[in-house]
Design a protein around this ligand. Structure first.
Ligand code: 5AD
Ligand code: FES
Length: 363
C-alpha cells in the first residue's frame, strides 16, 4: 500500500510541485520521494543495474565552456587522443567483462574525424555484440548520420541548462553554428539514435525554477537516457573567478550538493519512468563511500565503470578529484560489482536499451 504522499508523487508533477520538492528539507518527506522514485524505477525498468563501459577517447577540446577543465585555453593540461587499436582493446575488455554497452566520450575534437569514428564504430560492431553510445559533443548532422549508418546506437549530449541566458554566459559560441542543443537533440532523435541528455546541478546562477524547468525539459524531450551530476569547481576555469559567476538573489541559488543530486535523480525518474538514469561519477566524487549506491536506490539504474587506460584517465580532468581516477578497469569493475550485489540488485545483461526507445520503434 502506498502512503498518500507517495501516491501523490505518482501523479504528474507540476512546476510548483517540482520547485517544492527541490526545496524540501524534511527527512520524512524526502523519504517518501526516495520511495516513490525507487518504486517507479522497479516498475518501469526493473531491478537490473546496467553497466556501461566508459572509454574517454580524447581530451582535446576546441570549446570554451566556463566550467570545464578540458576547455581549450587550459594549457596546463596534457592532451591525449587514443589510437584506433587502443579503443578497440578497451571494447574487447568491455566484452570480456560482460558489459552490454561501450560509451565513447571525448572533448570536442575535430581530429576525431567522421571517417575515423565511423571506422571505429564499425569495427566494434563487427567484433562484439556491444551497443555503442557516442558522447563526442556538438557535430554536424552529416557526422551523426554517418556514425549512425556505421552502427552507433545512442548519443549523449547534455543541454546543461534550459535557461538560455545562463547557457549563453557559460558557452561562447563556436563558429557560425547557431543550432541550439535542444534542436540538436531533436536531430539526433530523427536519425534514429537513442538519445540522452542532462544537466549540471548547482552551476552558479542556476535557480530552483531553472532546475525545475530542466526537469520538465527532460520530459518534453522524452529522453531515453538522463545524466545529472553536481557542478564541481575546477580551479583553472573562469568560474573559479567570482566576478565571472552569475549571481541570483539570496535563497534562489541551487546548491551543488549531494542531496540536490539525489532529489534531481528521483524527480527525473518520476517524470521519465522508462529512461535509463546513471548514478554518476560526479556523485561518487561527493560521497565516495555511498554516493553511487544512494543514487541507485533513489531512481538510478545504470553505472558507468571506467575502461580508459589509467595513464589517460588522469588527464580526463573535467573537474578535480574525480572518483576512481587511479583504478584499473578490473579494479573498478570488481568494486562496482560488489557494490551492486550488496544492494541485492542483479547486473543487467545485453544492451539494456530504454523501454522508451523500444516502444518508439516497435510496430
Ligand atoms: N563539474 C561537474 N560536471 C561537469 N561537467 C563539465 N564540467 C563539469 C564540472 N566542473 C559535465 C558537463 C558535461 C559532462 C561531460 O561533464 O555536464 O556535459
Ligand atoms: Fe571505480 Fe569503485 S567504482 S573504483
Amino acid at each position: 500500500m502506498h502512503s498518500s504522499a507517495v501516491a501523490a508523487l505518482l501523479e504528474p508533477l507540476s512546476r510548483p510541485a517540482l520547485i517544492g520538492w527541490l526545496r524540501e528539507e524534511d527527512p520524512a518527506r524526502l523519504e517518501q520521494l526516495w520511495q516513490a522514485a525507487d518504486e517507479v524505477r522497479q516498475a518501469h525498468v526493473g531491478g537490473e543495474v546496467h553497466l556501461r563501459g566508459l572509454i574517454e577517447i580524447s581530451n582535446f577540446c576546441i570549446r570554451l565552456c566556463a566550467y570545464c577543465g578540458l576547455r581549450a585555453p587550459n594549457t596546463e593540461l596534457i592532451r591525449y587522443r587514443m589510437t584506433e587499436e587502443e579503443i578497440l582493446a578497451c571494447a574487447q575488455q568491455a566484452h570480456a567483462l560482460a558489459y552490454g554497452t561501450v560509451v565513447l566520450q571525448s572533448g570536442e575534437d575535430p581530429l576525431l574525424s567522421r571517417e575515423l569514428i565511423a571506422r571505429v564504430v564499425r569495427r566494434i560492431k563487427q567484433s562484439y555484440p556491444l551497443a555503442v553510445t557516442l558522447s563526442l559533443g556538438e557535430r554536424c548532422a552529416e557526422d551523426w548520420a554517418a556514425w549512425r549508418e556505421a552502427g552507433a546506437d545512442r548519443y549523449l549530449l547534455r543541454f546543461e541548462t534550459s535557461n538560455p541566458q545562463l547557457y549563453a554566459k557559460y558557452h561562447p559560441p563556436r563558429g557560425s553554428d547557431r543550432r541550439s542543443r535542444i534542436e540538436m537533440l531533436r536531430e539526433l532523435r530523427s536519425l534514429g539514435y537513442e538519445v540522452g541528455s542532462g544537466v549540471m546541478i548547482g552551476i552558479p546562477g542556476q535557480t530552483y525554477a531553472d532546475l525545475a524547468d530542466d526537469l520538465l525539459m527532460f520530459r518534453e524531450l522524452d529522453l531515453d537516457m538522463i545524466g545529472v551530476g553536481p557542478f564541481i569547481l575546477h580551479p583553472r576555469t573562469p568560474l573559479a573567478e567570482s566576478d565571472f559567476r552569475v549571481f541570483v538573489p539570496d535563497g534562489e541559488q541551487v546548491p551543488a550538493n549531494e542531496l540536490m543530486t539525489y532529489k534531481t535523480i528521483a524527480l527525473a525518474r518520476l517524470l521519465c519512468p522508462r529512461a535509463n538514469i546513471p548514478s554518476t561519477t560526479a556523485l561518487a566524487t561527493l560521497n565516495r563511500w555511498r554516493g553511487r549506491e544512494l543514487g541507485l536506490v533513489r531512481g538510478a539504474n545504470v553505472v558507468m565503470p571506467n575502461l580508459t587506460p589509467p595513464r589517460y584517465r588522469v588527464l580526463y580532468e573535467i573537474y578535480p578529484n574525480k572518483a576512481c581516477i587511479q583504478e584499473s578497469a578490473d579494479a573498478c569493475h570488481a568494486c562496482l560489482r560488489s557494490r551492486i550485489e550488496n544492494l541485492g540488485r542483479p547486473i543487467g545483461r545485453g544492451p539494456g536499451s530504454s523501454p522508451n526507445y523500444q516502444a518508439r520503434y516497435s510496430n
